[in-house]
Design a binder for this molecule. Structure first.
Ligand SMILES: [Zn+2]
Length: 371
């Protein structure tokens, strides 16, 4: 027999327990650091081709070892088939925009990015790409422009974005015009301006590895990187960024892009697509090594969209030549994979809109993006 006050007490207790349980279910475990690795154009076909040509059809890529897997829908505000600008805006701000727009909404309003939210939390931040660093994917995390071709505007916003480490190609967007005609129309020397606000500037693999500075701009090619020696690899750039960013006790956010998977796919170049995807997976492997030793880092591997409609048709273990078919030379509207590991990773299982990815990051950090 229950006394009515006992009933009231136990009901209240149950309510408190349910509330606490709901908090822990919805909030997830909060990671100190988030590392977002984006394979530009890296659909299931590219991953399958890289696996067949690398560890073999029965082997495992590094991304295959990540325990949580989901799928992301990639359509932009007005097109089922997105471009990298709208997709990167979705992944950076959690908001759909029109193709070509960089972290502004379809009306041109500026959208707050997850990297900017990380900075406001006192975290360190970085961007890495194997293309030019002013390309759509890295640009969307640190700049806001109506058109992705405004590379000089993106570069100018990038150096004052408070990102601590910026590594990739695209030096010509940062320097005055040279004798060969490459360089900024306005003749500003952004690298000199960046040096004045505390950045170390490097332009070779050796100088990148030798620099002790934790505010670092490394531009290793005038435009798109060649992704071959003597340039640093995506793994080396990503690890170099982490080595500086991880000194911050408040944590960090890093976006690292394998940008040339997409370029090779636009040319229906299977050997290049495989090489770039395997290079990207080496970076994934090293990031997982870092994260697994610490336990405080959420690692997400995904793509902005699929490119080429690549299908693997045959891969003979005795004959390393892959047979592959391409649908065409543009992007597709197919879903792309999400691989997740670390605190909060369970939130990424299932089918998501690409805009949910950074919104889940912001939720884990108790911050807001997109406004
Ligand atoms: Zn593309």
């Amino acid at each position: 027999m229950f006394h009515s006050s006992t009933v009231r007490r136990s009901t209240a207790l149950l309510a408190v327990i349910l509330f606490l349980l709901s908090l822990s279910c919805f909030a997830g475990e909060s990671p100190r650091n988030i590392i977002l690795l984006i394979g530009d154009g890296m659909g299931i076909g590219a991953i399958t081709a890289a696996r067949c040509a690398g560890p073999g059809p029965d082997g495992k890529l590094a991304m295959d070892t990540m325990p949580v897997v989901g799928l992301a829908k990639t359509q932009s505000a007005k097109n089922l088939v997105t471009d990298s600008a709208a997709a990167a805006t979705a992944l950076a701000t959690g908001v759909k925009t029109t193709n070509g727009s960089i972290s502004v909404d379809p009306s041109g309003n500026r959208l707050r990015t997850i990297l900017e939210a990380a900075e406001e939390l006192g975290k360190s931040t970085g961007i890495v790409s194997t293309k030019f660093i002013t390309d759509a994917t890295p640009a969307a995390f640190v700049s806001h422009v109506a058109g992705r071709d405004q590379r000089e505007d993106i570069a100018a916003q990038m150096i004052v974005s408070r990102a601590d480490v910026i590594l990739g190609g695209g030096r010509k967007d940062f320097v005055p015009k040279t004798d060969t005609g490459e360089g900024r129309v306005d003749d500003r020397d952004l690298l000199a301006e960046a040096a004045k606000i505390g950045f170390a500037i490097v332009n070779s693999r050796e100088n990148m590895l030798a620099s002790a500075s934790d505010k670092l701009i490394g531009l290793f090619a005038p435009d798109i990187m060649q992704t071959q020696s003597p340039e640093p690899t995506i793994r080396e750039m990503t690890l170099r960024a982490i080595s500086s960013l991880c000194k911050n006790d408040k944590g960090f956010f890093l976006m690292s892009e394998g940008g040339k998977i997409d370029s090779c796919e636009h040319a229906n170049n299977i050997a290049g697509c495989v090489k770039e995807t395997l290079d990207f997976d080496e970076a994934v492997s090293s990031v997982l090594d870092f994260a697994r030793k610490r336990g405080d880092t959420l690692v997400i591997v995904t793509a902005d969209h699929e490119t080429g409609g690549l299908a693997v048709l045959d891969a003979d273990a005795d004959n390393p030549k892959l047979k592959a078919g391409w649908l065409w030379g543009g992007h597709t509207g197919n879903m792309v994979p999400i691989f997740a590991e670390g605190p909060g990773s369970e939130l990424f299982a299932g089918v998501h809109d690409n805009t949910e990815i950074p919104r889940l990051f912001a939720g884990l950090w108790g911050s807001k993006i997109g406004m």
